[in-house]
Design a protein around this ligand. Structure first.
Ligand code: KIV
Length: 270
């Protein structure tokens, strides 16, 4: 088991060691202090303080309106009580349009929001910004496949990389991010076979959300895995609260299922 079940902080080195040793990385989104305590008690290795908070907490129809102030507010709430899980915080849309703006935004997420790493969406197109951040000592997580910040209508939330051309573009995105120095890679809503191909091709740990069982770790939006998101959910979402009966139980069941490889099952994959 990783150190995340004890009180030792999970660092990027620990996450890399988990990949090398074949231990799956259990990750969830997290946006506030109470859930930080619950998730850490259940052994969640890593949090993404994601701009999905715009949809699940703030009631927006997409992540686009989320501001830097929103991200700092929620990241700070998590960091204030967080003791050992690794914290990745999203750069919201519009906060990384140039390298200089990206660095100012990222430094704010680190210094005010307690981020251990920042995440941005896009591959080849963002490589120069990733390199600039890494060269200024800001650890970066890439995000490829489905890019919620680029979605303009509900129907655009669909599986990416289903054909050879788009799959090759996603693989090229992964390589570009790795070459630029990204330390982690989130892959959203892609076929399981492509999730495996990218994971084998890169040396950084991959975290899948609808990207199949062969990623080094898994992430879900907290409210989705607790069954409290209304409307039609993607097939990769599993309601862990239904069987567990309590929120701490649901999170513990998720951690177990990620670690033992029973989540995601074939029915959760594309
Ligand atoms: O914003 C978010 O919650 C995310 C995760 C879905 C990975 O980016």
């Amino acid at each position: 088991m990783s150190d995340s079940t004890e009180n030792t902080p999970v660092t990027l080195e620990v996450i890399n060691a988990m990949r090398r040793q074949g231990e799956k990385i259990a990750c969830l989104t997290c946006y506030d202090a109470s859930f930080t305590r619950v998730l850490e008690s259940a052994g969640v290795d890593m949090f993404i303080i994601g701009d999905s908070l715009g949809m699940v907490l703030l009631g927006y129809a997409s992540t686009a309106p989320v501001t830097m102030d929103d991200m700092v507010y929620h990241a700070t709430s998590v960091a204030r009580v967080g003791r050992h899980s690794y914290r990745v915080v999203d750069l919201p849309k519009g906060s990384y349009a140039s390298p200089v703006q990206a660095l100012a935004s990222a430094e704010r997420l680190v210094s005010e929001g307690g981020a251990h790493m920042v995440k941005l969406e896009g591959g080849v197109a963002q490589a120069a910004i990733v390199e600039y951040l890494v060269n200024h000592d800001v650890p970066v997580c890439g995000h490829i496949g489905l890019l919620p910040q680029s979605v303009s209508k509900a129907g655009d939330y669909r599986v990416q990389g289903r054909d050879a051309t788009t799959a090759a573009a996603i693989l090229a995105d992964a390589h570009a991010l790795q070459d630029a120095g990204a330390g982690l890679l989130v892959m959203e809503c892609i076929p399981a076979g492509l999730g495996k191909e990218v994971t084998v091709a890169v040396s950084m740990p991959t975290i899948g959300i609808g990207a199949g069982p062969d990623c080094d770790g898994q992430v879900l939006v907290l409210h989705d895995m607790l069954g409290i998101t209304m409307g039609r959910l993607p097939r990769f979402v599993h309601d862990f609260l239904q069987d567990a009966g309590s929120i701490p139980g649901a999170v513990a069941a998720y951690v177990c299922a990620v670690k033992d490889g029973s989540y995601p099952a074939a029915r959760h994959c594309y």
